[in-house]
Design a protein around this ligand. Structure first.
Ligand code: GLC
Length: 553
């Protein structure tokens, strides 16, 4: 690779920052975050080093699923601002070199969307076929019910028109019928509209539901994804689809577009994420190492998106019952911390008991795992959750800017947590002044991650360490190599690595001072602190380490 490739294939080593405009910064003093507030904070985000913002849904909505229930795809929720505010935000973000993507929620609409209102008005409505109606729905399979605390079926009877409509999620979110060409055209129009306003792509909500899970009417589901992607590329080269595809590894290549890479540009690595948590719970790198070894290689120019936490529950649905219970026990033993029987509604720092060393190690792991890291706002300062908020809202709390909160002067849209993760303990302003803070650690990790494109672009190998608690891997691209080690347990360990092809090289530590020498037979002993993490650049002794990365090639 050449470094210049990273401008065309920009997403492959991007740093994606997910935020909800509603809870980020209130710019007009009404207690609700908005585009004006977000625009004021652009320099903070640019300074953090992230390269792409992912905005959670900001469209008009009755807000029964935090905006994932949309009533108008071509507008801005008036609580968050106007299209004018959006354009000013886009322009400011672009000026600071930040790209922006947004949630694309087209598996369903709100039941108050004019399309659905029209569709349900009568069986003869011209929009009847925009949604999925049935006289005799299939009996429910409990595993298809996403929110078992609120729903017991994916079909809802409509009294007026006397048929059932499909809803993969809440009953107030009827599924669009993407089998209908008019619906598919409209979806493309939505993409086109927002790309025209500057978006570089979309995080596609609930992809398996959108194209194949229960909607029987799409003849060739994957063709639909490929069509969307082709449409986007025609309109704006380099625009991306980042898919929420929580399926086993064996089923994933189809979503990238097997072999071709012509569908989703990136997919979240849900399996890697769940195994990372299992590894942390056990202080044993084996599950994560296994997942990395089993993970399919994305097609050329496609990429994995790595994350530890997101805006939803920490889903553990792809682990066994025993494994899930182990994680519950370690990181969320109380019933009110758990949700849907499959996940946790906590943020990472509280799960790790506020132990800064361990938290720093976890994020070092995230940034060094092969793929594109995606972080959820507030992770960079170690925000906790507020369990008093309902369900998944526990983690979607206002950003903590300063000791007094700093999100708003008014009554905030969601409650600020109290206790050891309250704003007076955890906030941006204090951490900016503290060189040892988590915020400074994130800045360092992001800087190093961006300076080491091998991590995202290279071929990766999980190394034998002889120590179950240590994950070691190397990433190689065109003769340049980065070696990374993480100690998942709370005692110091030395590991002996064998680094083929690096005999006689120096390993320069990229996170702290220090150099190790690889012996003539390729072995090197790496000392690691409790929860220690080290990233090394390999270089031949006659070449300065700064000149040994791919950028010099
Ligand atoms: C996705 C979103 C989630 C939302 C659901 C329905 O899973 O991540 O927040 O509730 O889709 O749109």
């Amino acid at each position: 690779m050449r470094l210049t490739y990273t401008s065309d294939v920009w997403y492959k080593n991007a740093v994606v920052y997910c935020l909800d405009v509603e809870t980020f910064k209130d710019g007009n003093g009404d207690g609700v975050g908005d585009f004006r507030g977000l625009t004021q904070q652009i320099d903070y985000l640019a300074g953090l080093g992230v390269t792409c913002l992912w905005l959670m849904p900001f469209f008009p909505t009755p807000n029964r699923d935090d905006g994932y229930d949309i009533t108008d795809f071509y507008n801005i929720d008036p609580r968050l601002g106007t299209l004018g505010d959006f354009v000013e935000f886009m322009r400011t973000a672009n000026d600071r070199g930040l790209r922006v993507i947004a949630d694309l929620v087209v598996n369903h609409t709100s039941d108050q969307h004019p399309w659905f209102v029209e569709s349900r008005s009568s069986r003869d409505s011209p929009m009847r076929d925009w949604y999925v109606w049935s006289d005799t729905p299939e009996p429910d399979d409990p595993s298809q019910i996403v929110f078992p605390d609120k729903e017991n079926s994916i079909w809802q009877y409509d009294e007026k028109s006397e048929q059932y409509y499909l809803h993969s999620f809440y009953r107030h979110q009827p599924d669009l019928n993407v089998g209908n060409p008019e619906v598919r055209d409209e979806i493309a129009r939505i993409l086109g509209f927002w790309m025209e306003l500057g978006l570089s792509g979309f995080r596609v909500d609930a992809v398996p539901f959108l194209i194949e899970n229960v909607n029987p009417q799409l003849a060739n589901p994957h063709e639909f994804l490929a069509d969307l992607r082709a449409f986007m590329t025609r309109r704006k080269g380099g625009s991306i689809l980042l898919g929420e595809v929580n399926v086993p590894y064996k089923d994933l290549p189809a979503y990238f577009g097997e072999g071709l890479g012509d569908q989703l540009t990136m997919c979240f690595d849900f399996i890697g994420m769940q195994n990372a948590w299992l590894s942390m719970a056990r202080s044993d790198a084996t599950p994560l190492a296994r997942a990395l070894r089993e993970r399919p290689k994305p097609p050329k120019d496609c990429q994995w998106a790595m994350f530890l936490r997101n805006h939803d529950e920490l889903t553990l649905d792809k682990l066994t019952e025993e494994e899930r219970q182990e994680i519950f026990e370690a990181f969320g033993p109380r019933k009110d911390m758990q949700i849907y029987g499959r996940g946790l509604r906590r943020r990472l720092p509280t799960m790790l008991g506020g132990d800064l060393r361990r938290i720093k190690m976890a994020y070092s792991l995230l940034f060094s795992l092969p793929g594109t890291p995606v972080i959820f706002y507030g992770e960079e300062i170690g925000m906790g959750e507020n369990l008093d908020e309902e369900g998944r809202m526990a983690v979607r709390i206002p950003m903590q800017w300063s000791a007094d909160g700093g999100f708003t002067q008014a009554e905030p849209v969601r409650e600020i947590p109290e206790g050891s993760f309250a704003p007076d303990r955890v906030n941006v302003a204090d951490q900016k002044r503290d060189v040892n803070s988590l915020l400074r650690w994130f800045q360092l990790l992001i800087e190093r991650y961006r300076e080491c494109p091998e991590l995202a672009w290279g071929s990766h190998t999980v190394l034998e360490t002889g120590r179950p608690s240590v994950l070691a891997h190397r990433c190689d691209a065109d003769g340049a190599t980065v070696v990374v080690t993480h100690n998942l347990c709370d005692t110091a360990v030395d590991v002996e690595l064998t680094l083929e092809g690096l005999e006689g090289n120096l390993l320069t530590d990229l996170l702290m001072d220090g150099t190790l020498e690889v012996s003539a037979d390729g072995s090197v002993r790496v000392p690691l602190d409790p929860h220690g993490c080290r990233w090394f650049r390999a270089s031949r002794p006659e070449i300065p380490p700064e000149d040994a990365s791919v950028k010099a090639l």
